[in-house]
Design a protein around this ligand. Structure first.
Ligand code: TYM
Length: 357
């Protein structure tokens, strides 16, 4: 261990977030997460992970088996880069290359209580009716997520709204660890205050919850069987135009004020998407399109979506054509990630009392 414990330094702001390599990266992942990752890099130190250990919590058919996992891992890396994340300045890597994530997750499995994990709605949704058949890993998913964040002692976590509950659990785990081992942490002189920060969720941005194009009450999701429910980042211009043309709407014209979107989930979703892509807000969009029919709005939305997404898709295709170059970025990112996670995990071992010769 280094002479000066790293934990004695005050928490420097550090951003951490992750995306699962399970295929079908979509507009929700982009607006809720990846686009914001790129924005935050100008103000903070960022660590962006491709969470392949999380991907395997579901059946291999879901993540595409070994070949599918490798393809999807490189595709998420390509999406990060295509969205503008600077991999020289910030850390981009895949989770399984840094063993400390899994090691700290085990510790957190022992810190978190069954009752806490039992309350996780995402487990209930993903496990569905056949809970007996869900993997143990799916149940332990949130503890691994807490480890991802805390092994870097990250302070800020940009995510979509669906991750809010997992981040609350992360804070509970950090707090319980700090309390359970408080005396030891102080006796070792490892931290003057809290060992792990209570990481803050950054669930902001104009579209923290992008909804399905087929049903405005359902979240846009990788696992929706209908490809028409989402705009994939790899969709070409024709596919984007088709999907927006077919998107569900209602028979009324667009309202002139955002209040008029209440009770009209599909209209609200399309207006929100337009505003998020444009970098404006729903009121401004409705000043322009309010009172008009959906057909005109949809064609403007399609143009807007093609202008934003098609270049990202094209860049992703260009990058994934050279897998070795992406793997090199991931290897370099993993080495830099290990340099942070290794010393933190060494301190955690000492705090708990694991002998290491
Ligand atoms: P994943 O891959 O399911 O989602 C990646 C990110 O996309 C956001 N997102 C959405 N945002 C808005 N509208 C939507 N329809 C939509 N769908 C998905 C998610 O909120 C997420 O930010 N558990 C995480 C991965 C993870 C992680 C972490 C995140 C693992 N460890 C540590 C932060 C910190 C997840 O759901 O990935």
């Amino acid at each position: 261990m280094s002479a000066k414990p790293i934990s004695l330094q005050p928490f420097a702001p550090r951003v951490f977030s992750g995306v699962q390599p399970t295929g079908n990266l979509h507009l929700g992942n982009y607006l809720g997460a990846i686009k914001r990752f790129a924005e935050l890099q100008h103000r903070h130190d960022c660590v962006y992970c491709i969470v392949d250990l999380h991907a395997i919590t579901q059946a291999p058919e879901v993540w595409g088996g070994p070949e599918g996992l490798m393809r999807a891992t490189r595709e998420v890396a390509a999406a990060y880069i295509a969205a503008g994340i600077d991999t020289k300045k910030h850390i981009v890597f895949n989770q399984s290359q840094v063993a400390e994530h899994a090691e700290l997750a085990w510790v957190f499995n022992c810190v978190a209580r069954m009752g806490w994990a039992n309350r996780m709605t995402q487990f209930k949704e993903k496990a569905g009716k056949d809970r007996e058949n869900a993997s143990v890993g799916l149940f332990a998913y949130p503890m691994l997520m807490a480890a991802d964040i805390l092994v870097y002692r990250a302070t800020h976590v940009p995510v979509g709204e669906d991750q809010k509950q997992h981040l609350e659990l992360t804070r509970d785990i950090a707090q319980k660890f700090n309390n359970d081992f408080g005396d030891r942490i102080r006796a070792l002189g490892l931290a003057s205050g809290e060992y792990f920060p209570l990481a803050e969720p950054l669930i902001a941005g104009p579209a923290p919850r992008v909804m399905s194009l087929r049903d405005g009450t359902k979240k846009m999701s990788k696992s929706d069987p209908s490809d028409y429910s989402r705009l994939n980042l790899t969709d070409d211009a024709d596919a984007i135009v088709q999907k927006i043309r077919k998107a569900k709407t209602d028979p009324e014209p667009l309202p002139s004020e955002p209040e008029g979107l209440k009770g009209r989930p599909e209209a609200e979703n399309l207006v929100t998407i337009y505003a998020a892509l444009e970098g404006s807000d729903p009121a401004a969009v409705l000043r322009q399109f309010g009172g008009g029919q959906f057909s005109a709005f949809k064609s403007a939305l399609a143009d807007r979506a093609v202008a934003s997404l098609a270049p990202i898709g094209a860049e992703m295709r260009r990058l994934t054509a050279d897998p070795a170059a992406i793997d090199a970025v991931l290897a370099e990112g993993a080495a830099r990630a290990r340099a942070i996670a290794g010393p933190v995990m060494a301190e955690v071992r000492e705090i708990i009392g694991f002998i290491r010769s």
